[in-house]
Design a protein around this ligand. Structure first.
Ligand code: NAD
Length: 248
């Protein structure tokens, strides 16, 4: 018996990194997965792997900043599987910028993907979750949504806002049995962090208390817990999986 048997889950940014890992783990645990991403080719590969290994998933090209594309994704999920139980707002991009050297276009772009993209998804999935009698929304924030970090202000602003937005949504929709939690990864080795691993390695090592960085699966297991009924009494909370970064 899988931990997500009978559940239908939408996962954004599922072509690589944590999103791909979440898609594979959720499918292995019995969920029907709607995997979405702007990059269709690697996304198709993830979905092919799932379907060839006994799971069930579909791939949809989807830019999370597009309201029309969000509507389409949710309509497709309902058309294919009749409901949506879980949304993982995972798609995100980093921004190596300090406040004084960033252009406002950059600020808007990062907020658009990392925050507004999640807001649109929540806006449209909540009515479907109400119809299904409840659901779980997992907003992938960051340690940057909990503590300050130099050189990545638009990113931390978006991730911090996502943390409190999750709490407000939890309060608004608790009575509908819709749970909303934020998940805060520390440094995890993915295509997002690999380019910075050389220059930022001493910084990452100073703050990560364990003598290794996270792997995508470490975060996927946290998302699995939040998606499953094992976390049925958890809402408006932060799940921090950061190798001890914020323990300092
Ligand atoms: N890797 C880390 O150390 C780390 C730490 C904390 C938080 N996070 C967060 O975890 C999430 C996943 O990060 P990751 O490291 O796996 O990243 P990644 O770069 O490996 O993967 C992100 C995926 O999101 C997709 N994406 C980007 N913009 C999109 C858009 N507009 N619409 C749809 N898809 C889009 C990309 O194509 C990619 O497949 C992100 O929200 C990130 O901010 C990552």
């Amino acid at each position: 018996m899988g931990r997500l048997n009978g559940k239908v889950a939408i996962i954004t940014g599922a072509a690589m990194g944590m999103g791909a890992s979440e898609a594979k783990l959720f499918a292995k645990e019995g969920a029907k997965v709607i995997a979405t991403d702007v990059q269709l080719e690697p996304l198709n590969q993830v979905v092919k792997d799932i379907n060839e290994n006994g799971g069930e998933a579909v791939a949809i090209k989807h830019n999370v900043t597009s309201e029309e594309e969000w509507k389409f994704v949710i309509e497709e999920a309902v058309k294919l599987y009749g409901k949506v139980d879980v949304l993982v707002n995972n798609a995100g991009v980093s921004s190596p910028k300090t406040i004084a050297n960033m252009e406002m276009d950059e600020w808007n772009k990062i907020l658009d993907i990392n925050l507004n993209g999640c807001v649109i998804g929540m806006k449209y999935v909540i009515s479907e979750m109400k119809k299904a009698g409840g659901g779980s929304i997992i907003n992938i924030s960051s340690i940057g949504g909990l503590v300050g970090m130099a050189g990545t202000s638009p990113y931390t602003a978006a991730k911090g806002a996502l943390r409190v937005l999750s709490k407000s949504a939890a309060v608004e929709y608790g009575k509908d049995k819709i749970r909303v939690n934020s998940l805060h990864p520390g440094i995890v080795v993915t295509p997002m962090t690999e380019p910075s691993m050389k220059d930022a390695l001493p910084f990452y090592k100073t703050y990560t208390q364990l003598p290794y960085f996270g792997e995508p699966e470490d975060i996927a297991y946290g998302a699995l817990f939040l998606a499953s009924d094992e976390s049925r009494f958890m809402t408006g909370s932060e799940l921090v999986i950061d190798g001890g970064w914020t323990a300092l």
